[in-house]
Ligand binder design. Structure first.
Ligand code: NAD
Length: 499
C-alpha cells in the first residue's frame, strides 16, 4: 500500500483495522485549526462502547504481531522511518495546521520522529532478549531463563503540543516490543495520529495493531479503565496524570507511564559565556510558542551579569522572534493552540504585573496579517518578581520568560528545587566542575549543562517528583514495554522433595 498525505480531514479522524474511519456518536467536539483560529471539522467523541470496540480489535490483533520476531518488527519500523522521511514535508505542513507551530520546527519534529522508529526498530532484537540464569546444583540439575514478553494492548493518551512526535514516542517502542496500541490524542490536535496510522499500514504493520480513538476526558477514562488494556502511557498535565494513575487501578492494576508538566529552571552563573547563555535561554523559553513541557521559564541569573544578560536577551528576542503565519519560512513564533490557552497565558502576565513584575518586552496579543483569527502572542520577558509570585510557581505553558536574580550557588539550588515539579533544569557556568556539582543536586529528570532543550532518541526523557515517572526514548523504554517472565527448567528427574 502507498501512503498519500490526505488533503483534508474528510476521511475521518478515527483509525481502525489499518484504515482511517469515523464513528457514529451523539456528541462531537470542534476541531480548530490554530493557525487561523477556525473550526475545520466536527469530530465524534468516543463513547465507552466505541472505546470497547477499538480495544477489542487491538486485543485480537496483538498476539499475531507479538509472535513475529523482533527482527521482522524492526524491519517494518525501519520502513515507517523511511516513509516519514519521504513524506516529511507533507507531514510537517499537517503538523503546522494541527498545532500552529512554525514550519521550521515542525520539520525538526518530523525528522526526529523518523529517527525514533529507526532507533526502536534497530535495537529491538538486541534488547528484547532474556537471560539464562544458573541455579544451585549447576546446569545439569536446574536452570532458569527469562523472556521479555509484550503486555498486550497499550492505551496511550497524548497532549497537543507535539502531536505527531508525542504519538511516535509512545507508539514506536510499544510496537517494537510486540504490543498493540489504542491511541487517544488531545481533542485540540487530533489529526496527526491518524496520519501516522496510514504510514504504519503502508509500511506493513498488520491491521488492528494500531488504532486511534478521539474524544475528551470520558474517552480517556474509558481507555484507562478497560480491562483488556494492560498498560497506560500518558502525556499531559499533572492533574490529568493523577487521575490517569487512579483510573488505571479501578478495574484491574495497570502499570502507568506519566510524562507530566514542569516548572523548570535555567541557572546562569556569572562566569558563563553570556552569548551562549542567551541562546540557550531563547531555546528554553520560546520554542513552540513556549508550549514545551521542559521549558525553563524560571531563568535564575547571578547578580554579576544580571544587567548584561537582561539587555542581551531582550535585544535577541526583539531581533529574532518574528511572530507570524506559521507556514511562512521566516516565522519563528506561530499560533498558540487556541483562544482559551492564550487567555490563560495573558492571565499570568496580568498576575505578574499585579505582583510587581516589569514586562521588558512582549506580553500582548498580536494579529499577524493573513492569519488574524489565530491566538498569536508576542513572547514576554518579565523581571522584578519574587519566587512567591503565581507566575513563578505555576506552569504557564506559554512564551513567558521570568528573570530571577540570585547571589550564591547554595541559595539558587534551594530556590530551584523549591517546586513540586521536576522535569528539567539547566546550568550555565564557565566552571564545568560547578556544572556537574549543581547538576547532581538539581531534582529533575533531565539536566542540561551549558545547553538547553536538547532531545535525542537514545537519551532517557521523563520527570522527577510530580513531573511523572517512567521514561521515553532510550533503551530502558523498550524494556518498559515488556513484562519479564521467569521460566524454571528441571533438567533431571526430581527424586527428592520437601514432603
Ligand atoms: P491535559 O492533561 O489537559 O490533557 C492531556 C490528555 O489527557 C488529553 O488527551 C486529554 O483529553 C486527556 N485527559 C484529560 N483528563 C483525562 C482523564 N481523567 N483520563 C484520561 N485522559 C484524560 O494536558 P494538555 O493541556 O493537553 O497538555 C499540556 C500539559 O501536558 C502541560 O502540563 C505539559 O507540561 C504537559 N506535557 C508534558 C510532556 C512530557 O513529556 N512530560 C510533554 C508534553 C506536554
Amino acid at each position: 500500500m502507498v501512503f498519500t498525505a490526505p488533503s483534508d480531514l474528510s476521511g475521518g479522524l478515527y483509525f481502525l483495522n489499518g484504515k482511517r474511519t469515523t464513528v457514529e456518536a451523539a456528541e462531537t467536539f470542534d476541531v480548530i485549526e490554530p493557525r487561523i483560529g477556525k473550526v475545520v471539522a466536527k469530530c465524534p467523541k468516543a463513547t465507552a462502547e466505541i472505546v470497547d470496540e477499538y480495544v477489542k480489535v487491538a486485543s485480537a490483533a496483538q498476539p499475531g504481531w507479538g509472535e513475529t520476531t523482533a527482527l521482522d518488527r524492526g524491519k517494518i519500523l525501519h520502513k515507517v522511518a523511511d516513509l516519514i522521511r519521504e513524506h516529511a514535508e507533507e507531514i510537517a505542513v499537517w503538523e503546522v495546521k494541527t498545532n500552529g507551530k512554525p514550519i521550521y520546527e515542525a520539520r525538526c519534529d518530523i525528522a526526529s520522529s523518523a529517527d525514533t522508529f529507526d532507533f526502536f526498530g534497530g535495537i529491538a532484537t538486541a534488547v528484547l532478549q532474556g537471560d539464562s540464569l544458573e541455579l544451585p546444583g549447576g546446569p545439569s540439575q536446574r536452570i532458569a531463563y527469562t523472556r521479555r514478553e509484550p503486555y498486550g494492548v497499550i492505551g496511550c493518551i497524548g497532549a497537543w503540543n507535539y502531536p505527531f512526535q508525542t504519538c511516535v514516542w509512545k507508539v514506536a517502542p510499544a510496537l517494537a516490543a510486540g504490543n498493540a496500541v489504542v491511541y487517544k490524542p488531545s481533542p485540540f490536535a487530533p489529526a496527526s495520529p491518524v496520519l501516522l496510522g496510514e504510514i504504519l499500514t503502508a509500511a506493513g504493520v498488520p491491521e488492528g495493531v494500531y488504532n486511534v480513538i478521539q474524544g475528551e476526558q470520558e474517552a480517556g477514562i474509558a481507555l484507562c479503565e478497560h480491562q483488556l488494556v494492560a498498560k497506560m502511557s500518558f502525556t499531559g498535565s499533572v492533574a490529568s496524570g493523577e487521575a490517569v494513575q487512579r483510573q488505571a487501578a479501578t478495574k484491574n492494576v495497570k502499570p502507568v507511564t506519566l510524562e507530566l508538566g514542569g516548572k523548570s529552571e535555567l541557572i546562569i552563573f556569572d562566569d558563563s559565556n553570556v552569548k551562549s547563555a542567551v541562546a540557550a535561554a531563547m531555546l528554553a523559553n520560546f520554542l513552540n510558542q513556549g508550549q514545551v513541557c521542559t521549558n525553563a521559564t524560571r531563568v535564575f541569573v547571578q547578580r554579576g551579569i544580571l544587567a548584561s544578560f537582561t539587555e542581551a536577551i531582550v535585544q535577541e528576542a526583539n531581533e529574532k522572534l518574528k511572530v507570524g503565519d506559521p507556514l511562512l519560512e521566516d516565522t519563528r513564533v506561530g499560533a498558540n493552540i487556541n483562544e482559551g490557552h492564550l487567555q490563560r497565558i495573558m492571565g499570568y502576565v496580568e498576575s505578574a504585573k499585579q505582583e510587581g513584575g516589569v514586562v521588558l518586552r512582549g506580553g500582548v496579543r498580536v494579529h499577524p496579517e493573513g492569519v488574524e483569527g489565530g491566538a498569536y502572542f508576542e513572547p514576554a520577558i518579565i523581571t522584578g518578581l519574587t519566587d512567591e509570585a503565581k507566575a513563578v510557581r505555576e506552569e504557564i505553558f506559554g512564551a513567558v520568560m521570568l528573570i530571577l536574580p540570585f547571589e550564591t550557588e547554595e541559595e539558587v539550588v534551594a530556590r530551584a528545587n523549591n517546586t513540586t515539579y521536576g522535569l528539567a533544569a539547566g546550568v550555565f557556568s564557565g566552571n564545568l566542575a560547578r556544572g556537574h556539582r549543581v547538576a547532581a543536586r538539581l531534582q529533575a529528570g533531565t539536566v542540561f549543562i551549558n545547553t538547553y532543550n536538547d532531545t535525542e532518541v537514545n537519551v532517557p526523557f521523563g520527570g522527577f517528583k510530580n513531573s511523572g515517572h517512567g521514561r521515553e526514548n532510550c533503551v530502558d523504554t523498550l524494556r518498559a514495554h515488556t513484562q519479564t517472565k521467569a521460566i524454571y527448567v528441571n533438567v533431571q528427574d526430581t527424586t527428592e522433595h520437601c514432603f
